[in-house]
Write a protein that binds this ligand. Structure first.
Ligand SMILES: Cc1ncc(COP(=O)(O)O)c(C=O)c1O
Length: 401
C-alpha cells in the first residue's frame, strides 16, 4: 500500500518510520548502536561528508543512524514539516534552536509563561553572549508588534504554558513576528502534533520534549526540533556544533511510544477533563487552569486552534497552611510527586508561578498544583484526591485562612 495515501493520524502512527522490507520482515526498525559508520570506497565517504547538514544521511553517528532517521521522518510527516532533528532532551532542542537563530546583539521575545529552564537558557547563557530577552504577556496577541525591535530575531511561544496554561493567539503573534522578520518558535510538547499543528498556525519551528507524551512511559529522554526546509540546516548546524546526538535506545523507545500516542492521549484527555471538572466542585479549590473547560479564559482560542487537550493542567487552591498542603500531598497513593509528565502515571506537583514571572504578575494567593492525569481509572484518581482534600481540610481545622 502506498503509505503517502494514508492520511489519518491513527493510521499514520502505525505506519510511519518503518520499512518492513529493509528491516528483513520484522515489524519494527532495529536499534543501531554505533559510533562509527564504515564506507567501502573513498567516493562513498566523500559523498557522505559532502552534506552533513542536509538530510543526505550519515557519515558519523552523531548525525544519526537509521533508527534516528525513522523517528525524525515520522515526526516530520505528522507535523507537515520538512524535517525533524532528534537531540538528547527537550531542553537540548530548545537550546539548539535558540542558539541557531540568535547571535551577539540579537533580541528574543519569550512568553512569560514559558517552561522555566527555557528562561534560564535566556537569562544565564544567552545574556552572557550579548543576547537580550524580553518576556511578554502570553495573552498579548497581535500587541506583540509593539515589542518588536529592529534586532528581534526570534519569538518564542509555549501554548498553553505548561505551568499556568494560558492559551496564546499563535496566528496573531506569528503574523506580527513575521512582519518584523523574526522567526517563530513554539514549544508544542503539551499538545503533541496530534492536537496542534504548528505550521498551520504560522509557526516556523516547533519543539517537542519527546520525553513526555511521545515516549509516553517515563523511561527515556529525548527532544525534537521540527522545521521547514528554509530553517532546517540552521537548526541542524547548531545541534551538530553543540554535539547533540540522541541515544539509539531512547530513539527506539520514542518510535515505540509513537505507535500508541493517539489512544493514550484519548485517555489522558478524558481523565484530565474529568478530574478538572471534579476539582471545580471542591470547596478548597479557587480555580482550575484547563483550557478544555468552557469557562477557562483560553477556551475560545483553544477551541479555535487545537483539536484536543492532553492530560496536563493546573489547579489553584484557596490559601492554606503549608502543613495542610503537605498533609494532602504526602498521603496520596496514586499521584506521584515529581517533575516531568506525559507518562502513563498520574502526577501532582506544587509550583510557584509568582516567583518565576517577570512581565506579568501572578495574583492568586493560594498554592498552585500541576496535575498530570495518567491512564489509571478516573474514579480511583478522584478517590485519591478526595482523601487528600479530607486530610487538607482536617489539617486546616480551625486555622482556616
Ligand atoms: C513544556 C516543556 N518543554 C520542554 C521540557 C524539557 O524537556 P526535557 O525534560 O526532555 O529536557 C519540559 C520538561 O519538563 C517541558 O515541560
Amino acid at each position: 500500500m502506498n503509505k503517502r495515501k494514508l492520511q489519518k493520524f491513527d493510521t499514520l502512527l502505525g505506519h510511519l518510520g518503518r520499512d518492513t522490507k529493509a528491516q528483513r520482515g520484522s515489524v519494527n526498525p532495529p536499534v543501531y548502536r554505533a559510533s562509527t559508520i564504515l564506507f567501502d570506497t573513498l567516493g562513498e565517504f566523500e559523498q557522505a561528508r559532502r552534506d552533513v547538514l542536509g538530510k543526505g544521511r550519515s557519515s558519523y553517528v552523531r548525525y544519526g543512524t537509521q533508527t534516528t532517521f525513522a523517528l525524525e521522518d515520522a515526526l516530520a510527516a505528522l507535523e507537515g514539516a520538512y524535517g525533524a532533528i532528534a537531540v538528547p532532551t527537550g531542553l537540548a532542542a530548545i537550546a539548539s534552536t535558540l542558539v541557531a537563530f540568535l547571535a551577539r546583539g540579537g533580541h528574543a521575545l519569550v512568553a512569560d509563561s514559558v517552561y522555566q529552564p527555557t528562561r534560564r537558557i535566556c537569562d544565564e547563557l544567552l545574556a552572557g553572549f550579548g543576547i537580550e530577552t524580553t518576556y511578554y504577556d502570553p495573552l498579548i496577541g497581535a500587541g506583540i508588534a509593539g515589542l518588536m525591535r529592529a534586532n528581534t530575531k526570534l519569538v518564542f511561544l509555549e501554548s498553553p504554558g505548561s505551568l499556568t496554561f494560558e492559551v496564546q493567539d499563535v496566528p496573531a503573534i506569528a503574523a506580527a513576528a513575521h512582519a518584523a522578520g523574526a522567526v517563530v518558535v513554539m514549544d508544542n510538547t503539551w499538545a503533541t502534533p496530534l492536537y496542534f499543528q504548528p505550521r498551520r498556525h504560522g509557526v516556523d519551528i516547533s519543539i517537542h520534549s519527546a520525553t513526555k507524551y511521545i515516549v509516553g512511559h517515563a523511561d527515556a529522554m529525548l527532544g525534537l526540533v521540527l522545521s521547514g526546509e528554509e530553517h532546517y540546516r540552521q537548526v541542524r548546524r547548531a545541534a551538530v556544533l553543540l554535539g547533540h546526538a540522541a541515544a539509539p535506545d531512547d530513539v527506539y523507545l520514542a518510535l515505540r511510544g509513537l505507535r500508541t500516542l493517539s489512544v493514550r492521549l484519548d485517555r489522558h484527555q478524558a481523565n484530565g477533563l474529568a478530574l478538572a471538572r471534579w476539582l471545580q466542585t471542591q470547596p478548597r479549590v479557587s480555580r482550575v487552569l484547563h483550557p478544555g473547560l468552557p469557562d477557562d479564559p483560553g477556551h475560545a482560542l483553544w477551541r479555535r486552534d487545537f483539536t484536543g487537550a492532553s492530560g496536563l493542567f493546573g489547579v489553584v487552591l484557596k490559601p492554606c497552611p503549608r502543613a495542610a498542603l503537605a498533609a494532602m500531598l504526602d498521603g496520596l497513593a496514586l499521584f506521584g510527586m515529581g517533575v516531568s509528565w506525559g507518562g502513563y502515571e498520574s502526577l501532582i506537583l506544587p509550583c510557584d508561578p509568582a516567583s518565576i514571572r517577570t512581565a506579568t504578575a501572578w495574583e492568586d494567593p493560594g498554592p498552585v498544583l500541576r496535575i498530570h492525569a495518567g491512564l489509571e481509572d478516573v474514579g480511583d484518581l478522584i478517590a485519591d484526591l478526595e482523601a487528600g482534600f479530607a486530610r487538607l481540610e482536617s489539617a486546616c481545622g480551625d486555622a482556616n485562612p
